[in-house]
Design a protein around this ligand. Structure first.
Ligand SMILES: CC(C)(COP(=O)(O)OP(=O)(O)OC[C@H]1O[C@@H](n2cnc3c(N)ncnc32)[C@H](O)[C@@H]1OP(=O)(O)O)[C@@H](O)C(=O)NCCC(=O)NCCS
Length: 174
């Protein structure tokens, strides 16, 4: 899945040199700086795959997210989940490193749409993973992820996961 269509208004596509990153502002300076200054380099060096939402009519960026491979310690999962896992010390995962929506259109569903798109894309990846992992940057973001079904790892409330099985049950790729 290279490009996802959001009706006629938006596409979600890999970040490239043609995108106007400078005008993006989500209200969090670190996330803005990441897109403005770091994201292209991370992509080039294969540290992260960055995807952007482009408004078709204007070419403006309205959101972005980044994905990388990750792992989580098995003992940070609740016992009822860990019990069903092989006894390896870590669980393979995908990390949603960053997710942000432009200030002007927050609260209209794009963040949720981007999260689901990131999950659908991860399911299409042929490399095995079993936990979809996020680091919420504050309690507000934590609550936002929890509303969507994420649970906190044992070590840190802002370190959250959703198991692949749960995501598969959403039938995102149909
Ligand atoms: C967090 C963020 C990505 C969410 O994207 P968004 O497009 O604004 O969110 P959505 O419109 O998809 O979701 C809004 C829904 O979440 C709910 N919501 C918003 N903040 C919430 C919170 N703190 N706790 C629980 N629910 C929350 C809203 O009530 C709304 O629910 P509804 O659909 O039932 O009306 C976006 O606001 C953003 O970029 N914020 C700044 C950067 C940031 O915090 N990024 C998080 C990375 S850790």
């Amino acid at each position: 899945m290279k490009t996802v269509s959001l009706g006629n208004n938006y596409t979600i596509e890999p970040l490239s040199a043609t995108h106007d990153r400078k005008s993006f502002a989500c209200g969090d300076p670190a996330l803005d700086r990441y897109l403005h200054q770091q994201a292209s380099q991370d992509t080039r060096r294969n540290f992260a795959a960055v995807f952007v939402t482009v408004e078709s009519s204007s070419g403006r960026l309205h959101g972005f997210y980044s994905l990388s491979m990750a792992s989580a310690n098995l003992d940070l999962l609740p016992e009822d989940i860990a019990r069903k896992m092989p006894r390896y010390p870590t669980v393979p995962g995908i990390r949603l490193g960053r997710l942000a929506v432009h200030l002007e259109i927050q609260g209209k569903g794009l963040g949720t749409h981007l999260l689901l798109d990131a999950m659908a894309r991860s399911l299409k990846n042929e490399i095995a993973w079993t936990a979809f992992i996020v680091n919420a940057k504050n309690n507000k973001a934590q609550a936002w992820y929890k509303r969507l079904g994420f649970q906190s790892f044992k070590d840190n409330k802002n370190h959250l996961y959703l198991m692949r099985q749960t995501i598969e049950a959403l039938n995102l790729n149909q």
